[in-house]
Design a binder for this molecule. Structure first.
Ligand code: 5AD
Ligand code: SF4
Length: 444
C-alpha cells in the first residue's frame, strides 16, 4: 500500500478540450495510485491545477486560484499542490511559477503528466520540490491511460503540437512542433472505446488535425486515418477538432460526406473576416478560400453544423476590418461562434505589433459581434423546419430528446419511453420559443 491509497484528489482544469482530455489522463495517473476524486479542495491530499495560457484571463484566473490555496497549505502541510499544463511550459511567461509560488510542490510541463504518479511517490519519499518540463511528447505517450468523465463522448488525441505560428498564438511555443500519434494506437483506442466501453461519439483532438500523418515514418493523411476508423464496427460517430482552413482539402470533405459514421459537424476557426488582418495573423488563407470550403461543405452536406473561433481587436484591426467580420457572420450563418478579445502573449510576434486596440474598444466590438450572432442563431432555427437530422437519443427530465451532431436539442414529445443512447433520424415538426421538437423519421 502506498501513502496515497484511499486518499482524495481534486483536479482544476482550465482551457480547451485538449486540456480537458489531459485532465482525464491525470485522473488515470491518480486512480492508478488508488486515489479517489473529490470536488472539495478541503478534503484533498493532492490538488492538481491543469493550466492554460492561450489568453491572459485564463492565466490570471489559474494563478489567483493557486495563490488562494496558500492558506490551506499552511494549515495542512500534508497537502500536495501540483501545477501542470501550458503555464509551466511557457518558461518565460508572465509568471515565474517556481519562484513566485514556493508552496507549490510539483510543477510539470504538458508532456510530463504521464509520469505524475511517479513524481508523487518520489515527492512523498524525499519531500523535495520537483519541476520537470519536457519539450516534446515521449514516444511511449502513445499508449494512453485516460479515465474519462463523459460516458457518451470520448476525446482521443491524434496529433500534438502545432507548426502554424499564427502571430497571436502561444500554442506552438508551449506545445512544440506537430507530432502525430501512431495510427495503430489510435485505431486500437477507438475500437476499445466503442466496442468495450460503449462510447457513441469519438472526438479526435489536435491543434491542427488536418496536418495529421505528415510526420509519420509511413506518411498518411487525416482523411485516410478517418476512413480506417470508420471501418470499426459499432453504432458510433466521429468528430474532430480543430481544423485549419488552409489544410482542409476536398479529400476530407468527401470522407465527411460519404462515411455515415462521420458526424456532420465542422469547427473551422476563421479568426477574422478581413483579408488584411488574416495576413497579419499569418493565417495563409483569404476569405474567398474560406468561403469556398464553407459552400462546398454546405452543398455536399446540407444539414452540416458549422462553428468557428473569432478574435476581435487584433492589433491594427480597423472599424472597417471589424465590419468585414460582422459581414462574414451574416454570410456564413454559423451555428455557433466562440469569440475572444485579442490577448497580448509575450513572445509572440503580434505582441510587438503597433496599433494595439484598447480594452474598452475590444469589449465594444465583442459585444456587438455576440449580439449579432445571437440574432443570426435565433433566425437560423428556421432552417431546421421539416428537415431530418441524425441524432443521439437521450432522456431528459422524463422526455426523450435527440441531440444533433452540432449539439442542437430536438424534443420528442411523443416518445416518452424511447430507447436511449442510439442514433435515429428526427424530423423537425415544430419550432416554438426557439425550441425545436419533432418525430422519429422512419423513412431515413
Ligand atoms: N488572444 C485571443 N484569442 C486567442 N486565441 C488564440 N490565441 C489568442 C490570443 N492571443 C483563440 C483563437 C483560437 C482559440 C483556441 O483561441 O481564436 O482559435
Ligand atoms: Fe495557434 Fe494558429 Fe496553431 Fe491554432 S493553428 S494552435 S491558432 S498557431
Amino acid at each position: 500500500m502506498n501513502k496515497f491509497e484511499g486518499r482524495n484528489y481534486c483536479i482544476v482544469t482550465y482551457g480547451c478540450q485538449m486540456n480537458v482530455h489531459e485532465s482525464e489522463k491525470i485522473r488515470g495517473e491518480l486512480t492508478s495510485l488508488g486515489m479517489i476524486e473529490t470536488e472539495d479542495v478541503n478534503k484533498a491530499m493532492v490538488v492538481v491545477f491543469n493550466t492554460c495560457c492561450v489568453r491572459e484571463g485564463a492565466e490570471d484566473r489559474a494563478y489567483n486560484n493557486i495563490i488562494a490555496l496558500q492558506n490551506l497549505k499552511a494549515e495542512n502541510p500534508d497537502l500536495i499542490i501540483v501545477v501542470c499544463g501550458c503555464m509551466p511550459q511557457q518558461r518565460k511567461g508572465k509568471y515565474n511559477l517556481w519562484e513566485k509560488l514556493p508552496f507549490v510542490d510539483i510543477i510539470l510541463g504538458t508532456y510530463n503528466i504521464s509520469e505524475l504518479s511517479e513524481y508523487l511517490l518520489q515527492f512523498a519519499k524525499k519531500k523535495h520540490r520537483i519541476m520537470e518540463i519536457l519539450d516534446k511528447p515521449r514516444k511511449d505517450m502513445d499508449v494512453e491511460n485516460a479515465v474519462r468523465d463523459d460516458k457518451i463522448n470520448a476525446y482521443v488525441n491524434i496529433i500534438y503540437g502545432c507548426n502554424k505560428f499564427c502571430t497571436y498564438c502561444i500554442v506552438p511555443y508551449v506545445r512544440g512542433r506537430e507530432q502525430s500519434r501512431n495510427p495503430v494506437d489510435i485505431y486500437n483506442e477507438v475500437k476499445d472505446l466503442v466496442q468495450n466501453k460503449g462510447y457513441k461519439y469519438i472526438t479526435l483532438l489536435g491543434q491542427n488535425v488536418n496536418s495529421y500523418g505528415k510526420d509519420l515514418p509511413d506518411p498518411m493523411s487525416f482523411s485516410q486515418l478517418l476512413t480506417q476508423l470508420c471501418r470499426i464496427e459499432g453504432d458510433f460517430k466521429i468528430k474532430f477538432m480543430t481544423s485549419h482552413p488552409m489544410d482542409l482539402g476536398d479529400d476530407l470533405i468527401k470522407v465527411m460526406k460519404e462515411e455515415p459514421k462521420m458526424a456532420k459537424f465542422l469547427h473551422l476557426p476563421v479568426q477574422s473576416g478581413s483579408d488584411a488582418v488574416l495576413s497579419r495573423m499569418n493565417r495563409h488563407y483569404n476569405i474567398k478560400h474560406y468561403m469556398h470550403i464553407i459552400k462546398r461543405c454546405r452543398r455536399l452536406m446540407p444539414t452540416i453544423s458549422i462553428s468557428t473561433d473569432i478574435i476581435v481587436g487584433f492589433p491594427g484591426e480597423t472599424e472597417k476590418d471589424f465590419n468585414k467580420t460582422l459581414k462574414l457572420l451574416k454570410r456564413v450563418k454559423y451555428d455557433q461562434v466562440f469569440a475572444f478579445m485579442y490577448s497580448k502573449r509575450s513572445g509572440t510576434p503580434a505582441a510587438n505589433f503597433e496599433d494595439q486596440i484598447s480594452e474598452p474598444e475590444k469589449k465594444t466590438r465583442i459585444n456587438k459581434l455576440l449580439r449579432l450572432q445571437k440574432i443570426i442563431q435565433q433566425e437560423e432555427n428556421k432552417k431546421y423546419f421539416k428537415h431530418s437530422y441524425n441524432c443521439l437519443i437521450k432522456q431528459q427530465n422524463g422526455v426523450a430528446i435527440g441531440i444533433t451532431d452540432g449539439g442542437k436539442e430536438i424534443y420528442l414529445p411523443n416518445y416518452k419511453y424511447y430507447n436511449q443512447n442510439y442514433f435515429a433520424y428526427i424530423k423537425v415538426e415544430n419550432i416554438r420559443n426557439h425550441k425545436l421538437s419533432g418525430v422519429i423519421d422512419e423513412h431515413k
